[in-house]
Design a protein around this ligand. Structure first.
Ligand SMILES: *Cc1c(COP(=O)(O)O)cnc(C)c1O
Length: 370
């Protein structure tokens, strides 16, 4: 049986970005918010955010999170509240800002941070809260109305929307109009993959301006540092790949949506839902990165990962271990993480790449039943 890899990144190829690279050869501008970066940002703002608010590119989403958290955190605050069910980059970014991650549980259905529990912890911690960092789990459309209120009430919010570039609901992009910061990743394994890269959006143009200053050594106009900063800039080469990726991205999202629906159909047809298997409740148009599924309650994902491997199918389990189960974050404070513990025991991430067809999906789904 031919091996089915978990991911097969399908970044655009040279022919589609060659003309942009030639522009770099002519302009001799290689970075520092050059003309291609400028064009890339303007297109994103207009094509994805209806020209409301502002965006700035960064060289990866982890630095984007660090920059956004460091701009917004309350100076007297100590904790960054976030779900444990997220990628390690979220708590690490908070730690680079001198904060301690404080882990909150997730909902059983959509796997977003549990807002009721969060509210209780906010009450308990009061002024010790520096920032709240929700995660838009696996690209799912997170309705930000609660977080918008929170942000306006003076508790800053930075959304880890790393896999969400292109996620929309009723035609509106995730984060659009949001006053805090929303951070996206363009890493090769994300659906909008360019190698390494990222983007910060906010409706608050002043915030984006300050993040941009911080991402350029704290320089504003002159070569004099006026703010705490670092180097978080995207090079013109990556902006070139980004521009060419924009041209095909809607098509990529459609392909990924289609593949997701094929998975759902095959899972339903195989009767897995009746046998206790579960899927994430999703909303909107999502550029899915992989297919997440929960094995039945009394079983463990590790059993199935081995079973798949035996059938030459590569699967992983995002995010198992969850952050609070990892050595680096084990001593961080946390609320009752009952759902997180249950989901991390059962979650499996199934292969997902753009050239996959129904016969491959069928082989994967039937391996579960075997
Ligand atoms: C991918 C990812 C990141 C990190 O993005 P990079 O661009 O690789 O730094 C952060 N958070 C989450 C949830 C992610 O999935």
């Amino acid at each position: 049986m031919e091996k089915i890899p978990f991911l097969k990144p399908n970044l655009i190829t040279l022919d589609s970005y060659k003309h942009y690279i030639l522009e770099i050869d002519n302009s001799k501008i290689y970075t520092n918010y050059g003309p291609l970066n400028d064009k890339f940002e303007k297109r994103i703002l207009s094509e994805y955010f209806n020209d409301s608010g502002a965006v700035t590119t960064v060289n990866n989403a982890t630095l984007g999170l660090i920059l956004a958290i460091s701009q917004l955190k309350r100076p007297q605050g100590k904790y960054a509240l976030m779900p444990s069910f997220t990628f390690s980059a979220t708590p690490l970014a908070a730690m680079w800002c001198g904060l301690e991650p404080y882990f909150i549980d997730i909902n059983e259905d959509d796997w977003f941070m549990n807002e009721t529990q969060l509210e209780e912890v906010l009450h308990q911690l009061g002024d010790e809260v520096a920032v709240v960092v929700p995660y838009a789990t696996f690209g799912n459309y997170l309705d930000l109305s609660y977080y918008q209120q929170l942000h306006q009430s003076g508790i800053p919010v930075v959304v880890d929307a790393a896999p969400c570039f292109g996620t929309t609901y009723n035609g509106q992009h995730i984060g659009q109009g949001f006053g805090g910061a929303v951070v996206f990743s363009f890493h090769a394994t994300k659906s909008f993959g360019i190698g390494e890269g990222g983007l910060i959006y906010s409706y608050d143009q002043e915030l984006v301006k300050n993040i941009r200053i911080a991402a350029n050594f704290g320089y504003y106009g002159k070569r004099e540092s006026i703010a705490f900063g670092l180097n978080g800039k995207m090079s013109e080469y990556f902006a070139a790949i980004g521009l060419a990726t924009l041209d095909v991205y809607q098509q990529k999202i459609s392909q990924r949506e289609q593949l997701y629906n094929i998975y759902l159909e095959e899972i339903i047809e195989a009767g897995l839902l009746q046998q206790g298997w579960g899927v994430q409740t999703t909303k909107g148009r999502i550029p899915f990165q992989f297919f997440s599924i929960l094995c039945p309650q009394d079983e463990q994902n590790t059993f199935y990962i081995e079973k798949f491997e035996h059938h030459n199918i590569q699967t992983v389990s995002y995010f198992s271990p969850a952050c609070h189960q990892q050595k680096q974050f084990m001593n961080c404070p946390c609320a009752d993480l009952m759902v997180t513990n249950e989901v991390t025991k059962r979650v499996l991430s199934l292969p997902f790449w753009e050239e996959m067809d129904r016969s491959i999906v069928r082989r994967i789904v039937h391996t579960i039943v075997k």
